[in-house]
Design a protein around this ligand. Structure first.
Ligand SMILES: [Zn+2]
Length: 329
């Protein structure tokens, strides 16, 4: 039973869904972009451009329901049992889709996926770092304006080089004050000490990426002592060229230091990855990162309620036992 704790909802868009929504919403996407498995990007700047272009096909709450359902179905086929999506409420609100409507669409997709394919999911509302702290406060207010079992967390995405992390403390205080759990991208593009800074200033329960922790034994020790879950996304790191190969990836050294590793697909539609591949890459990087170890960490680190965690733990246990049965026969 696999768990995806770091995935941007609009980053899950696969070609088939892009074509469907482009036609439905009369959006024109160049054939050269669609013909390429990675939507034609080749570096971080062109990735951001391709991302804006491809995700522009998502216009309505009904579109969100389509992409959520589509991703959860694929996850279930790969052995996935639980997903936490990231979505920035103001993105679609600006174009006339109120956050309660977005949430209703996601909840409908989540309910269907749980019922039909046995895969559960929740939402983390996010602020976008490069849009600045005022927009982050707006995102936090929007996220906390409605009570929903679906919405469990608040996060910070976007360009780590823009703004100091402490500028986002107000937004996180609003979100955490209403009971949302907290995560933020940190230590993907900036050095190890920025991870500790983000944890302390934003009150994080998890860290998005955090891979540059490996550059500081002191930071790794602090993360290990706190059992702070790090949402590692190997396929994303490789696709963006942060590391040239799995052998170079630092996740094994993070395990050596005692860090709690969980996995995410990040933007799987753009990085040519999926949940099964992330697990395969993790296992290739370090044999201690098998499904049982990683999924146990992930269930502990998930932002959902205890009842859901218990049923995920039960699902993991029964799938592991049935796998052993297959191996034994
Ligand atoms: Zn991410």
């Amino acid at each position: 039973m696999l768990v995806d704790l770091h995935v941007h909802l609009r980053g899950t868009l696969v070609r088939e869904t892009v074509l469907f929504l482009a036609e439905r919403n009369a959006v024109s996407i160049p054939e050269a972009i669609l013909a390429d498995a990675r939507y034609g990007w080749h570096d971080f700047a062109t990735f951001l451009k391709a991302y804006d272009l491809v995700t522009s096909v998502v216009k309505s709450a009904a579109d969100l329901e389509v992409i959520t359902t589509s991703y959860l179905k694929r996850c279930a086929e790969l052995g996935g049992g639980y997903v936490e999506f990231m979505l920035s409420p103001p993105d679609l609100a600006r174009t006339g889709v109120p956050f309660p409507d977005q949430l209703k669409a996601l909840t409908a997709a989540a309910d269907r996926a749980a019922e039909e394919w046995g895969v559960r999911s929740r939402l983390i509302a996010t602020a976008v770092r490069h849009l600045g702290p005022r927009a982050a406060v707006e995102a936090a207010r929007m996220a906390t304006s409605i009570q929903s079992d679906m919405l469990v967390g608040f996060g910070l995405t976007g360009d780590e080089h823009q703004h100091e992390v402490g500028e986002f403390a107000e937004a996180f205080n609003i979100a955490r004050g209403e009971g949302l759990r907290a995560t933020a991208h940190a230590g993907e593009h900036r050095p190890a000490d920025t991870i500790i800074e983000a944890i302390e200033l934003l009150g994080l329960d998890r860290v998005g990426h955090g891979i540059r922790a490996v550059e500081s034994p002191d930071v790794m020790r602090q993360l290990a002592e706190a059992r702070m879950p790090l949402e590692v996304c190997l396929g994303s790191n490789l696709a963006l060229g942060l590391y040239r190969s799995v052998a170079e990836h630092p996740v094994g050294r993070m395990v050596d230091a005692g860090c709690a590793i969980v996995l995410g697909t990040d933007d799987p539609g753009f990085f040519g990855t999926d949940l099964a591949r992330e697990h395969a890459l993790a296992l290739e990087a370090d044999p201690r990162l098998g499904i049982e170890a990683v999924s146990t960490n992930a269930i502990a680190a998930a932002f959902c309620d205890e009842h859901t965690k218990n049923s995920l733990a039960h699902m993991l246990d029964s799938r592991l036992r049935s796998n052993q049965d297959i191996l034994a026969t």
